[in-house]
Each structure stands twice: as C-alpha cells, then as structure tokens.
Design a protein around this ligand. Structure first.
Ligand code: NAD
Ligand code: UDP
Length: 313
C-alpha cells in the first residue's frame, strides 16, 4: 500500500480518484483549496484513519511524505479558470513547481493531469501525442492552455534535470456524477437545463465536436499510468467517440424526456472546432481503453443531477 497525495482531490475527477484509491487500501491525503472542490465530495472518507483532507493552496509550498503524487489541482471549466486568469497561471506554474519540488525531495512519483487543451484548436485530427498544438498565447483560454503547456514543460524538465519519476496524462472531456451545476461545461449545463425544462444553450451552430469520456474510465487510466514502471508519457486519455454539440443536446433532451428547445448563442472566442483523442499509445503502453458507452454514462450522470437538484429543492 502506498502513501498517496492527490492535489485537487475535492474536485470532480479528484474525488472519484480518491474513492478508488481509498477503496484499494491506500493512505490518501487530499490537498485542495476548495475553489471548485467540495468537502461533500469526500465526506464518505471522513472517519477513515487512512484518509486525510488538508485545506491548502498549491501555490504555497507544503512539507509532506508520499510515494505518489497525483497533481490535479486547477479549475477545469472555462467559467472557473477565466474567473481569475492570473491565479489559474499561478496554480499551473507555482503549484506544479511546488509539487514537483516535493517529489524531488521525498523521491515520489509525480503524475500531471494535463489536458487536450494543449492541442488548442487543432490542425491535426484526431489528436496524437506528437502534435504540438495550435494555441493562442494571449486569448481567453490561454491562462489554462498555456498554463498546462508550461506545467508539462516543468514536469519534463524536472524529470530530465532532477530525475523525478514523472508521468504526463492529457485528459480529454470527461463527465460524470459530481460535476458542478454551474460550472459552465457542456454536459452539466445541458443536463441542468433539460431537467429544469429551460432552453438548451448551444453555442454557435452546434457543429463543433467533442469526445466524452466517463469518469470511471478516466480514473482507471490515471491509475494505470501511475502504476506503469517505465512510461513517462505524454499519453492521451479520453473516449474517441466524437459527436457534435447539437447531437449531444438532442440526446440529453431525449434521455431526460425534456420539453426543452435548443437556443443558439454566440460561440466563445477560440472555441476549438473539433476534438477527438487518438488513444493508440494508451492502448499499447497501458493496455487501457474506455469501456463505458455514452448513454450508460449519461444515465448515471443524469440520475446524480436529478438527486442533487431534488435535495436542493
Ligand atoms: P475541478 O474544478 O472539479 O477540480 C479541480 C480541483 O482543484 C478543485 O477541487 C479545486 O478546488 C482544486 N484547486 C484549484 N486550484 C487550486 C489551488 N490553487 N490549490 C489547491 N487546490 C486547487 O476539475 P476536474 O474536472 O476535476 O479537473 C481535474 C484536473 O483534470 C484539472 O487539473 C483539469 O485541468 C484536468 N482536466 C479535466 C478535464 C475534464 O474534462 N474534467 C479535461 C482535461 C483536464
Ligand atoms: N457549449 C455549448 N453550450 C454550453 C456549454 C458549452 O454549446 O452551454 C459548447 C462549447 O462552446 C464547446 C463545447 O460545448 O464547443 C464543450 O464545452 P466545454 O466548456 O464543456 O469544454 P471545452 O470547450 O473546454 O472542451
């Protein structure tokens, strides 16, 4: 059993990762400043002596012992990461330096939760790890995209210069229970709108595409990458099942039996036109592939949103 630190562990993906690692008997310490994370995502572990929650901002250094660090701390939705762009950059740069420094000091393995956003609005389709990306350095998404790109550079530099045992994972759009109602991401927006009978806000003509991965598949990929003894990445983790945003809207309307209608709104600046992961590398190096069909995953996600909306009255 390992001592594991998860930064951002009170958030959407981090809390599911925590559930799986705690269930496997590991000692898990979550570091989170609760910007977009919730203690309620972790209450199930409160009385477990192998679990610890530390309210901590990763832009400050921290002294801890661990064998593995999963570094997820960073707001993921455009609404949240654009709320305070300078803070988003600090989180990605200073936060990543602090956690890499911790790993260097204690000899821990480090995994960076990077993103498909490093490919920007891609000129290569589907995106392979070898693609360098098409990113605007001064646009509204740059604090996140460029922040993650420099976090990758830091990770690779600490590996080559300081021999930290690192892993880089590029996560594509992931969805599931515990996403925030108001986080502005497409799956959570559409489910809340459909359940409330409000208009479904499709940005632009709705022909832009994304590929959606269910959170349990993603968590399995993160753990497989951390446990791999020799492969440093980067590796894409996502579901290659590409669809348009308009198709997603119609699917969610039909699955919720909603009377909602589509309402087109302006496409946000620099919104990528197409996105689909090439997951050949994950298959070859990690023997990983997603297993949860979109309808299956949406059924569980819709049930979770319904239950939380009911609880909120
Ligand atoms: P999330 O916003 O739910 O979780 C992020 C967590 O990090 C939250 O608990 C938040 O409070 C915490 N956090 C933010 N800034 C912090 C700071 N300075 N110090 C300490 N904690 C801080 O997002 P998520 O969807 O769970 O994403 C987790 C990670 O995965 C992020 O690094 C994100 O960039 C990456 N990722 C997610 C997706 C996706 O589709 N969900 C896609 C690509 C990459
Ligand atoms: N989107 C939309 N309506 C919404 C929220 C998002 O049409 O209410 C679109 C958005 O413009 C983008 C896609 O859905 O093309 C995915 O957006 P999200 O913010 O979930 O993820 P990202 O753009 O970071 O992949």
């Amino acid at each position: 059993m390992a001592r594991i630190v998860i930064t951002g562990g009170a958030g959407f993906i981090g809390s599911h990762l925590t559930d799986t690692l705690v269930a496997s008997g590991h000692e898990v310490t979550v570091l989170d400043n609760l910007f977009t994370g919730r203690k309620s995502n972790l209450v199930q572990h409160w009385n477990n002596p192998k679990f610890e929650f530390v309210r901590h901002d990763v832009i400050e250094s921290v002294l801890l012992e661990a064998e593995q660090v999963y570094h997820l701390a960073c707001p993921a939705s455009p609404v949240h990461y654009q709320h305070n762009p300078v803070k988003t950059i600090k989180t990605n740069v200073m936060g990543t330096i602090n956690m890499l420094g911790l790993c260097k000091r204690v000899g821990a393995r480090f995994l960076l939760a990077s993103t498909s956003e490093v490919y920007g609005d891609p000129h290569e389709h589907p995106q392979r790890e070898t693609y360098w990306g098409n990113v605007n350095p001064i646009g509204p998404r740059s604090c996140y995209d460029e922040g993650k790109r420099v976090a990758e550079t830091l990770t690779e530099s600490y590996r080559l210069q300081n021999h930290v045992d690192t892993r880089i994972v590029r996560i594509f759009n992931t969805y599931g229970p515990r996403m925030l109602f108001d986080d502005g991401r497409v799956v959570s927006n559409f489910i809340v709108q459909a359940l409330k009978g409000n208009d479904i806000t499709v940005y632009g003509d709705g022909n832009q595409t994304r590929s959606f991965c269910y959170v349990s598949d993603l968590v399995a990929g993160l753990i497989a990458m951390m446990q791999n003894e020799s492969f440093h990445g980067p590796v894409n983790l996502g579901n290659p099942n590409e669809m348009t945003i308009a198709e997603l809207a119609k699917l969610i309307i039909s699955m919720t039996n909603s009377k909602s209608k589509l309402r087109h709104e302006n496409l946000p600046k620099d919104d990528p036109v197409r996105r689909k992961p090439d997951i050949t590398v994950a298959g070859r190096e990690l023997n990983w592939k997603p297993t949860v069909e979109l309808k299956q995953g949406l059924t569980k996600t819709i049930a979770d949103f319904e239950q939380r909306l009911r609880a909120e009255g």
